[in-house]
Ligand binder design. Structure first.
Ligand code: NAD
Length: 499
């Protein structure tokens, strides 16, 4: 492992970040401090919203829905496209903010987050023109037609790991379908979301897009419990998802749940090791391993297990760890000290259960100026039989577990044994084998000979403890509409039932 040094041009906001409701900034009362995970120092003050603020935002969104629901598809198309244009036009501005906020290495924030968020808006701008109902052939005496109706106010709750992308995945389809939205970002990454809404909100009538900030159990909970919320769209941890569904039950509020993951890579004996090695490194160390789709578990066939483990460990040790704002950094700090300590604790627990640290395994030695940061070394654990908690639990950090397998039935059973079912993958030079194993893995997504490939139009989402609902695809529009049918009789003749 090598390190980088503290960058001098750090971001510090001179204003308190407000909540945006009904096209206005709410007056800022109490605030909480946003901490730069590269240094451990505060860099912004953010409005600590309350349950009353969440209610205000839902009121504003409900008022705006009355007319926004009737906007034409071409209007929505043009507005969503303009959102993407504004994002792209300000692309150079975002990476520093994103890297400061959650520790994402600045080279990735520029390369991935901003273009992906813009692309999500362009995708839904394109497909919204195809939002239509059907007529049903029910005979010459009837005219039967369905139409997709917007639901109303959507409460969009997002995590801290990729705020721009997560917000885009919720806002674009919800708005395209004619809903209004209240966004609640994570308390660990609120600024990017507020600044994004500030950038685009004048495109929309007041109240169509709102953002409230503050603690999840207070503001988030008030939002999902509000009886005027018509749909909850949540991305976050499985435990939080369960709690939200409990609150949603009282109002019978439907929900889309994008939850945690424990991605497994199944590597067959005939796989191309050069490609696999690159995919393993990307799968677990991109975005600091703080990705729901992360490949945190590799199951390598016995014939290539040792060679692959050696290659991955050698490369992991060379990863450049340091200040997220340094363009040379390949792995930034984890989002907070608390989260870093949880990752360290999970590694220690797995080692106590029999896993062996083969690379990394702890806090790196970095220059004194980065001592306040929440860094963790790229870590590879070996756990041949997959019997430790490192093979089952989501760490949400740069920690990979490598296991060994012999038979196809065995490896399929071991992958499917975990509670999660978000993303898995198979590497084989024989496509038939790859597809056969892919078909047997229980997850919403399976990649064959690649990882992280998520072109727009390809549904994203999980099964089991990874949640339900799909984002990023045409079917996502259905998540934000309900089907209404109108059946008109063209005939006055009635069956002779009452004579
Ligand atoms: P989290 O569950 O702690 O928080 C997510 C959001 O929910 C935040 O905005 C938070 O303030 C809010 N919240 C917390 N408690 C709440 C409550 N009781 N009621 C309402 N809202 C509440 O998740 P996190 O730590 O921010 O993010 C990490 C998790 O997100 C990981 O488990 C990761 O796998 C998951 N994730 C999933 C996907 C996916 O697409 N499946 C994508 C990204 C992240």
């Amino acid at each position: 492992m090598t390190g980088t040094t503290l960058q001098p041009d750090r971001l510090t906001l001179s204003y308190a970040v407000p909540q945006l409701v009904g096209g206005e900034e709410l007056p800022v009362g109490p605030t909480f401090t946003a901490v730069d995970p590269s240094t451990g120092r505060g860099w912004a003050e953010v409005a600590a919203g309350t349950a009353a603020d969440a209610d205000l935002a839902v009121d504003a969104a409900a008022r705006a829905f009355a007319s926004w629901r009737h906007t034409s598809l071409d209007t929505r198309q043009a507005l969503l496209w303009e959102v993407a244009e504004r994002l792209s036009a300000s692309a150079e501005w975002w990476p520093r903010l994103l890297a400061t906020e959650n520790g994402r290495a600045i080279r990735e924030a520029g390369l991935i987050d901003v273009p992906t968020a813009a692309e999500i808006f362009r995708y839904f701008s394109g497909i919204v023109r195809d939002l239509h109902g059907r007529t049903l052939p029910c005979g010459p005496g009837a005219h039967v037609a369905t139409s997709p109706r917007p639901l109303g106010v959507v409460a969009a709750l997002v995590p801290w790991n990729s705020p721009l992308i997560s917000v885009a995945h919720k806002l674009a389809p919800a708005l395209a379908a004619g809903n209004t939205v209240v966004v609640k970002p994570s308390e660990l990454a609120s600024v990017a979301t507020v600044e994004f809404v500030r950038l685009v909100q004048d495109l929309f009538p007041p109240g169509v897009v709102n953002v409230v900030t503050g603690l999840g159990p207070e503001v988030g909970r008030a939002l999902v419990s509000n009886p005027r919320v018509a749909k909850i769209s949540f991305t976050g941890g499985t435990r939080t998802g369960r709690s939200i569904l409990g609150d949603a039950a009282a109002g019978l509020t439907p929900a889309l749940m994008e939850l945690g993951g424990k991605g497994s890579m199944v590597v067959c004996a005939d796989a191309d090791l050069d490609t696999v090695t690159e995919d393993v490194l990307t799968g677990i160390f991109a975005a600091n391993g703080e990705v729901c789709f992360a490949a945190s578990r590799v199951l390598a066939h016995r014939e290539i297990h040792d060679a692959l483990l050696d290659r991955v460990c050698e490369r992991a040790e060379r990863i450049v760890v340091g200040d997220a704002l340094d363009p040379a950094t390949q792995l930034g700090p984890l989002v907070s000290r608390t989260h870093r300590d949880q990752v360290a604790h999970r590694v220690a627990a797995a080692v106590g259960e029999g896993a062996e640290v083969r690379a990394g395994g702890g806090v790196p030695e970095l220059p004194a100026e980065l001592a306040g940061g929440s860094y963790f070394r790229p870590t590879v654990l070996s756990s041949a039989d997959g019997a430790t908690s490192a093979s089952a639990e989501e760490f949400f950090g740069p920690v990979l577990t490598v296991e060994v397998w012999d038979g196809e039935d065995e490896v399929v059973e071991r992958v499917n044994r975990v509670d999660y079912g978000l993303a898995n993958g198979v590497w084989s030079s024989e496509l038939g084998q790859g597809l056969r194993i892919a078909d047997r893995l229980d997850s919403g997504m399976v990649w064959v000979n690649t990882w992280f490939a998520t072109p727009l139009g390809q549904p994203q989402g999980g099964v089991k403890a990874s949640g339900f609902g799909r984002e990023g695809a045409a079917e996502t529009l259905l998540e934000y509409t309900s089907t209404k049918v109108v059946h008109a009789s063209l005939d006055r003749a009635r069956p002779p039932m009452w004579v």
